[in-house]
Design a protein around this ligand. Structure first.
Ligand SMILES: NC(=O)c1ccc[n+]([C@@H]2O[C@H](COP(=O)([O-])OP(=O)(O)OC[C@H]3O[C@@H](n4cnc5c(N)ncnc54)[C@H](O)[C@@H]3O)[C@@H](O)[C@H]2O)c1
Length: 596
């Protein structure tokens, strides 16, 4: 029989604590909510009232249920009020000495059988537990932000946590409607260990002006389907909390440089820019605690780049190549009203591409997304050719041939001879340096990367890669073209992986390393990222879809260019590729896909 929890205590009612109070009170558990001062108590109460009022306004909570929920919470200053609760969850700032002091005090105040839990994200639960005389009753219960919404709870057992306590807490999580994964006490547990290197890397990109905050966030939302971008997430977590988590993970987690907090984070914390809670972090909010972003001096003035930025007029577009990307890109341009010249290596290939474009447009008609007239008009705008000479009068060329530098360089050298002056020459490469391709021409200022995502007609993102030789007009043209295609163009520098792959693949590689170290299972790691962070797929699901060989190749490129030791491909990934387990396409990757 699992233990009954009729009354729990929550210590610290900040970003996490107030949400945790709501989780319990919503599920019929009485809560003693404790803060350090009357002022802090009021803030916690206001957070809970605000959140439940929003739920009522959205029709997700009846007024009577809200009133019952609020009546279950007893607000108190000081820990003495916790003498009769069955469980305490501590959610005070991420400092070991503070948490140890609080646990020593809780040990004195609470009844002997009470379970003492910490919501720490990165500190050692074991070190916290030894501040009490009951380390076997101390456990980590790590909720995710916002606690009422996120389904995941990481239950962290130390070497001395008793099995009964673990089982009781697991049953409690179920009662709260949460999905729990139980793991050992290691810095960052599952989700944060995989998340924070990525967040820190994104802040580094922003700090080095590699891309703007809007573009970094848009890239991860639109390129990977994440619920929010990394900088907006830093603001939600709180920069002070994020700093402490990174710092602890750096010190506890083997001094991985990727966890050493980017200096900008410390500067922002010192300047009081803590994120949503202080009203300003990477973005500016309507007021402290508000989720609503308001414009500030960094907000881009116009969403759509005007011709005044120097963007050149584009009417006719050449697309070179006959693969998946070229086919999708031809469709995208033709649908958007551009005249398109498709160049392949022969009539047979052209016929195949033409068929594929027709099939895709017909699917659009069947789904009611494209009218028959628009389909016919789009097809009528495409000219099929097998010679580059037909690109003599286009305004923009998009190259999507095989991912080999020598082939692309030879092609760009030919384009340089054939195309009229002022043409923008774009490559869709996902891993080669754009500058190498640009320098194969006599006009590197006109060369830019246009990194479309697969499938191009569906994915809303294009990375616009500017080299150190790309002119402002060329970038402005690329931006304007993306806007007319209905895509979000994000501008970034010419570095391996651009924004999306550089942030995504090291995280996937870290997940493989975590599995290899037997810290958790592929299923639990996938759950943790989906239910704790709202990712559309877990890392192993995604790796199997993308292909393990493709992922390994990208990771190798990142490692070779950036020389970051933490980017070294996981040996397990290499072994699976060698064994021919490439993911869905070969029937087996991290999972067996033949039996489904
Ligand atoms: N922010 C997140 O996204 C997130 C997610 C999961 C876990 N966590 C963890 O939750 C914990 C709390 O983080 P947070 O982001 O909510 O911090 P926060 O700064 O928003 O809130 C901390 C609260 O603790 C109160 N406090 C400080 N000393 C106290 C004391 N002696 N007694 C009672 N209350 C006290 C503060 O007044 C403040 O309201 C940390 O361990 C953090 O790592 C945070």
């Amino acid at each position: 029989m699992a233990r009954e929890f009729t009354s729990v205590g929550v210590v610290g009612l900040g970003t996490m604590g107030a949400g945790i109070v709501e989780v319990f009170a919503r599920n019929g558990v009485d809560v003693v909510a404790v803060e350090i001062s009357e002022g802090a108590l009021e803030r916690g109460r206001a957070t809970l009232t605000g959140s439940t009022d929003r739920a009522v306004a959205k029709g997700k909570l009846a007024e009577a249920d809200r009133d019952a929920l609020l009546s279950r919470v007893h607000w108190q200053v000081g820990l003495d009020a916790l003498h009769s609760v069955d469980l305490v969850i501590e959610a005070v700032p991420e400092h070991l000495d503070l948490k140890q002091r609080i646990f020593a005090e809780l040990d004195r105040v609470c009844k002997p059988e009470a379970i003492l839990a910490t919501n720490t994200s990165s500190l050692s639960v074991t070190e916290i537990s030894v501040a009490t005389s009951r380390p076997n009753q101390v456990i980590g219960i790590h909720f995710f932000n916002p606690a009422p919404v996120m389904k995941l709870v990481e239950v962290v057992r130390t070497v001395v946590t008793s099995a009964d306590v673990v089982a009781d807490v697991e049953a409690l999580c179920e009662r709260l409607g949460k999905v729990d994964v139980t793991i050992n006490d290691r810095a960052g547990f599952i989700a944060n260990a995989l998340l924070f290197g990525y967040l820190n890397h994104a802040v580094g990109m922003f700090e080095s002006h590699y891309a703007t905050r809007e573009d970094i966030d848009a890239a991860m939302k639109l390129g990977c389907g994440l619920p929010m971008g990394p900088l907006a997430l830093m603001d939600l977590i709180g920069l002070d909390t994020a700093y402490e988590i990174l710092d602890t993970m750096y010190r506890r987690g083997g001094r991985d440089r990727r966890h050493a907090p980017v200096p900008l984070i410390k500067q922002m914390v010192t300047a009081g820019l803590l994120g949503r809670k202080s009203g300003r972090g990477f973005y500016t909010y309507e007021r402290p605690g508000s989720p609503k972003v308001v414009p500030d001096e960094r907000t881009p003035v116009a969403a759509e780049p005007a011709l005044a930025d120097g963007a050149r007029a584009i009417a006719k577009v050449g697309v070179v190549g006959s693969g998946t990307m070229a086919t999708g890109i031809i469709e995208v341009f033709a649908k958007a009203g551009y005249e398109v010249v498709s160049v392949t290596r022969g009539a047979e290939k052209s016929a195949k591409v033409c068929e594929a474009v027709k099939t895709s447009l017909n699917k659009g008609v069947v789904r009611g997304k494209v009218s028959e007239a628009d389909r016919d008009a789009a097809l009528g705008r495409i000219n099929w050719s097998a010679t580059l000479e037909h690109l003599a009068d286009v305004d923009l060329v998009v190259e999507a041939v095989v991912e080999e530098l020598s082939v692309k360089k030879a092609l760009f050298a030919s384009l340089d001879e054939i195309c009229k002056p002022g043409v923008v020459l774009a490559t869709t490469t996902s891993s080669l340096p754009v500058i190498d391709v640009a320098m194969a021409t006599q006009r590197p200022a006109d060369v830019v990367g246009l990194h479309f995502f697969n499938p191009a007609p569906v994915m809303p993102l294009v990375e616009i890669v500017q080299t150190i030789r790309t002119s402002a007009e060329t970038t402005a043209t690329a931006r304007a073209v993306c806007a007319t295609l209905g895509k979000t163009g994000v501008v970034c520098g010419d570095r391996s992986g651009f924004v999306v792959n550089a942030l995504l693949f090291p995280y996937l590689n870290d997940a493989v390393k975590m599995l290899e170290a037997s810290y958790s299972t592929a299923d639990d790691i996938d759950y943790a990222m989906k239910l704790g962070c709202g990712y559309p797929m877990g890392p192993f699901e995604l790796l199997d879809v993308v292909g393990l060989d493709v992922s390994l190749a990208i990771q190798r490129e990142l490692y070779l260019e950036l020389r970051e030791p933490g980017f070294a491909p996981a040996p397990l990934l290499e072994h699976l590729v060698t064994a021919g387990y490439l993911g869905r396409k070969s029937g087996r990757g991290f999972r067996d896909h033949t039996r489904r």
